[in-house]
Design a protein around this ligand. Structure first.
Ligand code: DC
Length: 227
């Protein structure tokens, strides 16, 4: 049996997870949110009193991180860190920055690579992240680079955070996004960039349904008989 894989990369807040969720529901494939894995590593470091920026500290502790990814059927990807479900805890602004910092360390990227690739070996998958089309699944059947202006992404992220009750201003969210964009795209290893064979989609001027429809038409055309 041949499994297909779809890679969606792009900067923070471009709508990757919303798109990937909708597409996985439509096609009936597994959706893997790879950012959640980096978030879980960052959460562990912070819990242990290690700054996610501290390369030596992260190197020392990385072997203590045991991550399991579960899909219990409630529509969410559950992240289990050393036996504890941290799915909700990893969604704060502090962990967003921590994940971006921790993801710049080669040892972290290395440890997480197999975890991500294994998922694609035995499932039809859609994965979103920063380096899926370039590093994790360079042979993915479909590669999409999803983007939107920083202001538009900040607007969407602010709405999400407000709905969760986080008190934060538009300027803070925008600064946060710009800082993460800069770090994620300038790091030495597996930086955020559009793979040469990826299709670039800018959603700044598209609403949710238009974006989903557009991506689905690209994917259906590329996958042909596989879906
Ligand atoms: O997608 P997200 O916002 O949950 O990701 C959090 C951070 O994790 C992001 O700023 C960079 C890092 N990340 C990465 O380096 N590679 C991935 N494939 C996914 C996320």
């Amino acid at each position: 049996m041949r499994y297909y894989s779809i890679a969606i990369d792009g900067p923070s807040g471009a709508g990757k997870s919303t798109m990937a969720k909708a597409i996985s529901a439509e096609l009936g494939c597994v959706y893997l949110d790879t950012g959640a894995i980096y978030r879980t590593v960052a959460y562990h470091m912070i819990l242990m009193g290690i700054s996610p920026k501290d390369r030596d500290g992260v190197n020392r502790l990385i072997d203590d991180v045991n991550i399991k990814i579960e899909f219990p059927g409630d529509g969410r990807q559950h992240m289990i860190l050393n036996g504890y479900d941290v799915t909700d805890e990893i969604r704060t602004s502090q962990i967003s920055q921590g994940a971006s910092q921790v993801s710049a360390h080669p040892v972290v990227r290395d440890v997480l690579l197999d975890l991500q690739r294994d998922m694609a070996k035995s499932n039809n998958v859609i994965m979103d992240g920063r380096d899926i089309g370039t590093v994790v699944l360079p042979d993915a059947d479909v590669k999409i680079f999803l983007t939107a202006s920083a202001r538009e992404r900040a607007k969407r992220r602010l709405k999400e955070l407000e709905e969760k009750g986080e008190k934060i201003t538009f300027q803070q969210v925008l600064a946060d996004i710009e800082e993460r964009d800069e770090r994620d795209s300038t790091r030495a290893i597996a930086p955020l960039r559009c793979a040469p064979d990826a299709i670039r989609v800018d959603t700044s001027k598209l609403n949710l349904q238009q974006s989903i429809d557009h991506l689905l038409s690209i994917i259906r055309e590329k996958l042909g008989d596989l879906v």
